[in-house]
Ligand binder design. Structure first.
Ligand code: SF4
Ligand code: SF4
Length: 247
């Protein structure tokens, strides 16, 4: 069987998504029978884009002209382009300060020193190219990454997750941190797939997987208000991983 040719690329990112894939230590040797990892900066020697790819897995968001060009070129060369992790799908923490004056931000970080490259407000991949599938999470769950690779090996793509963290939380029979514990848990607005990892350890969901499709913000806000959380507080929490909640 012909191996599938993959490109794994990091744009503006912390590399945590790539690291999650690298952490699949037990499974990676077996995956080498199915895939050729042509580009994988955390695991392979540096390489340039070359030839066509069966799939490109892209971590991080777009914040420089170079990244934009790289992404456009990768799109041209790849049958499938998959946004890997919350930065790539929604903007994530890199887009946390979008809307603020970039020159002020630059001075806060770099002072008077000059920076060599031009930057713009970080944007998710879909603002530049067509995206064929997404894997949410900051970072994504190991089982989702392996599931993605299994889907690619079968010639398919992962289905969109259309249920919130609450669904998995209830399936695990957890006490609700919001309704029973009066804690600001964002699980009802957040895309599931993590098996309610945080609420299962009594830690409120921070919304790191971005919004669930058809999230009912108005209804959720009413529930939060009943629990004493004002709209600004809730929105500030939500915006840490998906700045467009501000809209
Ligand atoms: S989604 Fe999270 S883990 Fe992945 S690059 Fe962004 S900040 Fe890092
Ligand atoms: S604890 Fe959070 S994720 Fe679990 S059911 Fe309550 S609101 Fe939903």
């Amino acid at each position: 069987m012909k191996k599938l040719r993959l490109a794994i690329i990091g744009l503006t990112a912390c590399s945590g998504c790539q690291l999650s894939l690298l952490n699949c230590e037990e499974e990676l040797p077996g995956l080498l029978d199915l895939f050729e990892f042509h580009l994988f900066p955390m695991a392979c020697s540096p390489a340039l884009l070359e030839g066509e790819y069966d799939a490109a897995l892209v971590e991080g968001c777009v914040s420089t002209p170079h990244e934009r060009e790289l992404l456009l070129e990768l799109r041209k060369r790849s049958q499938y382009l998959i946004a890997l992790g919350t930065c790539a799908v929604w903007g994530g923490v890199a887009a946390l300060r979008n809307g603020e004056d970039r020159e002020v931000l630059r001075q806060q970080v770099y002072g008077q020193s000059r920076i060599a490259c031009e930057t713009a407000e970080p944007q998710p991949l879909r603002s530049v190219v067509r995206v064929d599938a997404v894997i949410n999470g900051c970072p994504p769950e190991k089982n989702e990454l392996l599931g993605l690779l299994a889907d690619l090996a079968r010639g398919t793509l992962p289905a969109e997750i259309d249920y919130p963290v609450c669904t998995e939380c209830r399936m695990r029979e957890n006490l609700c941190l919001l309704t029973e514990g009066d804690k600001l848990c964002l699980g009802l607005l957040t895309s599931g797939g993590c098996k309610a990892r945080c609420p299962s350890m009594a830690v409120p969901c921070e919304g790191c997987r971005g919004p669930v499709p058809e999230a009912n913000l108005a209804e959720a806000m009413e529930l939060y208000a009943q629990k004493g959380f004002d709209r600004i507080t809730v929105l500030e929490r939500l915006c840490r991983f998906y700045p467009e909640w501000k809209l």
